[in-house]
Structure formats: structure tokens, C-alpha cells
Design a protein around this ligand. Sequence first.
Ligand code: ATP
Length: 605
Amino acid sequence: RWKKSASNGGKMFPYLIEENKRSSKPSSPTPLGRNSEEVNHRMGGSHVHNNIASRIQNSTSPPPSPPKSPTNKKVSNSRRDSIYDYKSEAAKKVELIAKNRDERRQRQADEKAQKDLIMHLEQNNPYWEFSQMIRDFRNGIDFRPLREHDPVVENQITVCVRKRPLNDKEDRRKEVDVITVNTKNQLIVHEPKHKVDLTKYLENQNFRFDYVFDDSCSNDIVYKFTAKPLVKTIFEGGMATCFAYGQTGSGKTHTMGGEFRGKQQNFRNGIYGLVAVDVFKLLNHQKYAQKNYMVSASFFEIYGKLVFDLLAKKQRLRVLEDGKQQVQVVGLTEKIVSKVEDVIDLIQKGSMERTSGQTSANSNSSRSHAVFQIILRKSGSKHVDGKFSLIDLAGNERGADTNKSNRQTRIEGADINKSLLALKECIRALGRKGAHLPFRGSKLTQVLRDSFIGEKSRTCMIALISPGNFSVDHSLNTLRYADRVKELIATDSPEDDAADVAMYGEEDISEDINEGDEEMLQDEERRLHISSMEWEVLESNRHVIESCVYFHKMACDLYKASQKNGFDKNHYATNWKNLLNEMIDIQKEALLKANEFCNVLDGRV
Ligand SMILES: Nc1ncnc2c1ncn2[C@@H]1O[C@H](COP(=O)(O)OP(=O)(O)OP(=O)(O)O)[C@@H](O)[C@H]1O
């Protein structure tokens, strides 16, 4: 367009326009009240350029036409001067423009070289541009992370977030760390996005919590600001709870149970173990020593509506509620402990029981909630004086995932979803004194009912997030949930409920979190049926194994006896027949259960 304009005798105009654009002064208004560039843009066609050119000449400071003079000599002199001025003026402008252009080109070349260098360094990294943007962002902010000696704030409800480091798998996938922890209570999520024209950009979202732990924080530091301040609560007649909430693999078990070294877990530096250390310290403290407290511990797992005792070979337990709304886990093993070592042994035993027989691809632990409790009673009394419940929750992404995968996964997801919502409701009720406690919303909140009542009860939620860009949606969900747990303490607005609907769907929002529609009820029944069938099949499998050992021994004894002279044929025949029948009965029963289980899984029942 400019070339065409130049051929119309307006060679200077593009440059003049360039100059005009660069000038800090606004250009003179055109007759339409806009500057020349805007008019040109609006009119868009080359046929208007001459017009525009004349306006530009009027509106900028072009070289003036030589004035008419009375004498020829004077005319020629002044013309020469004027032409000289004109040329020098134009030459200066051209020079300036050329200089600017060279500088601009140099700058662009430098930027490109730098980009090429980064690209080379991050060869094969498809996310290098996001990585660069995040690096630039971090270079421009002040970091004031949490320090070990920062003050610990005493809250009734504490909500904090812990970010773990990128792991090997994420490193291999060249994932980008999209979480920036800038201060002790704030973090920024850089969500990678694309515009319609595929330009990449970051959507930065800020979150604020009581504390934010970055990837360099150890379990000790996390403990100091979260569960540690709650230990004294149980010595003063209160209940304490600490939840680890987050996506599968975000670090819940690492935080609660202890750091992993390969497959080995150090149970001493998880929150369970650290609480145990402080419980025994306070037990011997002069302030509490005369109270004569006795310490015991239990460890169980909630999978859907089923409860399993992790200290008794995953024995299935029943949860009962009496007329006074007291909830009891019937038959739960509660071991008396007299030193930290005893507790560590129980944590180890329960944790191994929880993960035994699992593969990483099909981990039950991420689909169940683990509850470790430390209980205080006065010696010889049944009354619970204080209880600290430490909960490693099921992976929250399993709750949000209710419309994908197979039916079984969906049912499990709905269950987890329901329990996490119920948990949030109960924490909310704890924050609003005297509010209705919707504990019947899930098995988890049912068994923790007594922890959500009483003036002295305190709770702490640690939201765990994975830093990689693949996990950004799950991390945002975790942060929004944690955000609302804290926010809801002060407010109880309809917008919060609306946010819940958006995140989890409508049916779980009611205060009491009812079973929902008929379909949901059927799903629940079916899930329960499958879970109890699974348990029965596994039990019968164990029975077959044990009876095989017995059968083998008995068969050997009978055979040995038959080899002796003068053995009692009648006795032998009857015993052998009975033994075979017994074995066949056990196997038949196991076969029936296996068949039934296959039919249930295939959806035939
Ligand atoms: N803060 C951390 N520092 C170093 N490694 C960590 C951290 N948090 C977690 N990890 C590692 O990440 C892996 C997954 O952690 P972990 O098993 O605790 O996740 P999870 O949330 O409990 O998962 P699941 O729901 O499947 O039980 C482990 O190998 C663990 O060692």
C-alpha cells in the first residue's frame, strides 16, 4: 500500500507517517477528528492515499514551499537555501529512520538469537515457551517464602498448601513447573493457554492460604505449622483432626506417613509419627503428667461404605450409631501404646496392610481414606478425653471423575466425591458454631463425627499439589476446594454453593447430602454388593489356602498309617472319604462365590 502511495508522488509520506507515529506529541486531528493513521486504517483502500497524503502534509511539519519573492536573484538564492534546507532536513529524517530501523533489526536479531539459544538448550521440550514465560515471571517478582522461624498462628481451622517437587516421571515428560510460591501464604498457578490464533500465553491465578509450603519444605516444617499446634488440644479436652487432601501422587502419604526412600518409607518423619513424638512429650510434661492419661492408637481404612481394620488383617468392621448419635466402629482394634516406638510399629503395620497386594496401576490406597487415631483416656476409664485423627484422604481426582471410565470407577468416584463434600460441610459447620452438622453425608464424616463438635475442636487441612503442567487442572480443583473450606468459615453465601454445583454437580449440595435419585441409590447398592462380594471371595480364597495345608497334612497322615501292617481299613476309608468331602465342600463353596463374583462384575446380576 505504501509503495502505491509513493508512486503517486508521496515518497516521503510513509516516512513522515513513521515519524508522526513516533512523535510523542499527538498528531493534529484530521477533518474527521482522527489522526491520519486511524483514518487510513478505517478507509482501508489505496484510492484514498492522495487525500490522506495531503492531510498529512497539512497536519505534520513538511518542508514549506519557497515563498514568492519580488527579485529574481533573491528568488534564486532563497530557493537554493530553501532547497538545501529541504534536502538536509529530509536527509536527516531518512538517516534517523534508517538508524532506527537498523536498531530495531538488531534488537529483533538479538531476541531471535536468545530464543534460538533457549530452544537449543531445551531441545525437544514442547513446553519451552511456557517455561520461558514462567521464568520471566519469576524473574520479575519478589520471593519471601516461609521460614522455619516464622510465627505459628493458632487457628481453629487451618488450611494450607504444600507443593511437591517435580518427580522423575514428570521430568522425563519435560513437564513445566507451573506453581510459583512467592510468599509464605500465597502462590500463583500459571495455567498454560492458547489463543484462537494458537499464540501461547499464561493465565496466572493467585491463591492465599494460612501457609504455603514450597517444594523445598521438609515434613518437619510442614508439621510445625499444621498438626503440631493441635497436639495440645487433645490434652485439653478437645478433638483434633488433620487431613491430607489432593490428587493421587501429590504427596499425601509422603506427608502423613513419612518420606519415601525408594520403596522404604521413613515412618518417623511423617505427621503420624511426629504427632506421636509430641504426644509422649506432653504426656510427661509437668502440666499434664498428673492427669494420668493412657494413650492408645487405631488405624483403619474407609473404602466406599466399608471400613477395614488395618491393625487386624483388614478385618471388615461395622459402624453403628446409637440413639444419642454416638457413632462407634464396632470391633476396631485399639492398641495401648507406651512409647513412640510402639506407635511407629503400628503405623508401619497398618501402612503395609493398606498397600499389600496392590500394584501401582491399581492402587486401592488412592481410592480409600486412611484414618490413624491417637486416643487419650484417663487410666481405667472408657471415656475418651482427647483424640487426634490423622487422615490420608482418597485421591480427589477420583471424586471429580464421575462421568468417565467404567461403571465401577464412576461409582467409586461418586462415593469419594460425596465424602469430600460431606467433609467440607462438616468443617464448615465446625467454623460456624452451633451449625447443623451433616455428618451422615458419608462414612468418613460419620466415623469422625465427634471430631467436629465441641468448642475446643480444631482442624487442619493440608492440600497437596503436583507442580507439573499435566496436573494443572487437578491442582486448580484442589486449590479451589481448599480455598472454599477456609472461606466458608466466615461466609456462607449462595455463591459458594453455586461454585460447588459447578465443580461437583448438583445432587450432592444439600445440607444433608441425601442419597440422590433412584439411579444413584441403585449404584450405591451395587457398589456395596461388589465390595462385600470381593471381601467374601478373598476370604474364601484364604480359607481354601488354609484348608489345603490342613488337607495335605491329613492326607499324608492317613497314607502313612495305611502303609503300616494291620491298619484299620474301615477307619481309613471313613476318614479318607470324610476328608475328601470336606475338601470338596470348601472348594464348592469357594467356586460358588467365585462364580457369583464373576457374574456381578460382568453385570449379569
Ligand atoms: N514433598 C515431597 N518431596 C519429595 N518427594 C515427594 C514429596 N511428596 C511426594 N513425593 C513423592 O511423590 C510420590 C507420590 O507421593 P505419595 O505416594 O505420597 O502420593 P499420594 O498423594 O499419597 O498418592 P495416592 O493417593 O496414590 O496414595 C512418592 O514417591 C513420594 O516420595
